[in-house]
Design a binder for this molecule. Structure first.
Ligand code: SME
Length: 160
């Protein structure tokens, strides 16, 4: 059992430091990408409050394919460039979406989702996956969340 404590009173930046530290400790020395993505999705769920979905899509060929996640069953394949995840994968840039209904081409996997944060995971300059966080609150995510998940992506990029 891994007993990482997520303290709900921690300031956001500190919470992400703890999350990234826990993720680094979990993936260190483990070479199986599915196991590592599964544990990282579980850690995001444990540490980051007010989410309804958290997990990975992997870049395979010219599309994104669903990876390990926590939440309701989701769209399995997303064409590159489509939706929030496809945009992050296509341009390699974090997508911070305060209102998913205002995002052109947003793919509604879970009707409860109102805002979304998608961070590309890069290895050797190439997007290999994205980390997707969904929230049932509008404008749930800010720059601190983006910076925190970007740090997480860097911590796990060579382990997934
Ligand atoms: N809403 C995403 C699709 C993935 S689900 O939210 C899990 C998108 O527009 O890319």
């Amino acid at each position: 059992m891994y007993d990482f404590k997520a303290d709900p009173g921690l300031p956001t930046a500190e919470m992400y430091r703890e999350l990234v530290g826990a993720a680094g400790a979990l993936v260190d020395g483990e070479s199986d990408p599915v196991a590592n993505m599964a544990n990282v999705a579980a850690l995001i769920w444990q540490f980051v409050p007010r989410l309804n979905w958290a997990g990975f899509y992997r870049v395979i060929g010219d599309e994104l394919v669903l990876g390990p996640f926590v939440g309701k069953p989701a769209c399995i394949r997303i064409p590159m460039g489509q939706g929030v995840c496809g945009a992050a994968a296509a341009n390699g840039e974090t997508q911070l979406v305060a209102d998913v209904h205002a995002f052109p081409g947003h793919i509604a996997c879970d009707g409860d989702t109102l805002s979304e944060l998608v961070v590309p995971v890069l290895r050797n300059g190439k997007v290999i996956a994205v980390i997707d966080l969904d929230s049932p609150e509008s404008a749930r995510f800010d720059g601190k969340d983006a910076a925190g998940i970007e740090a997480l992506a860097r911590a796990v990029e060579s382990h997934i």
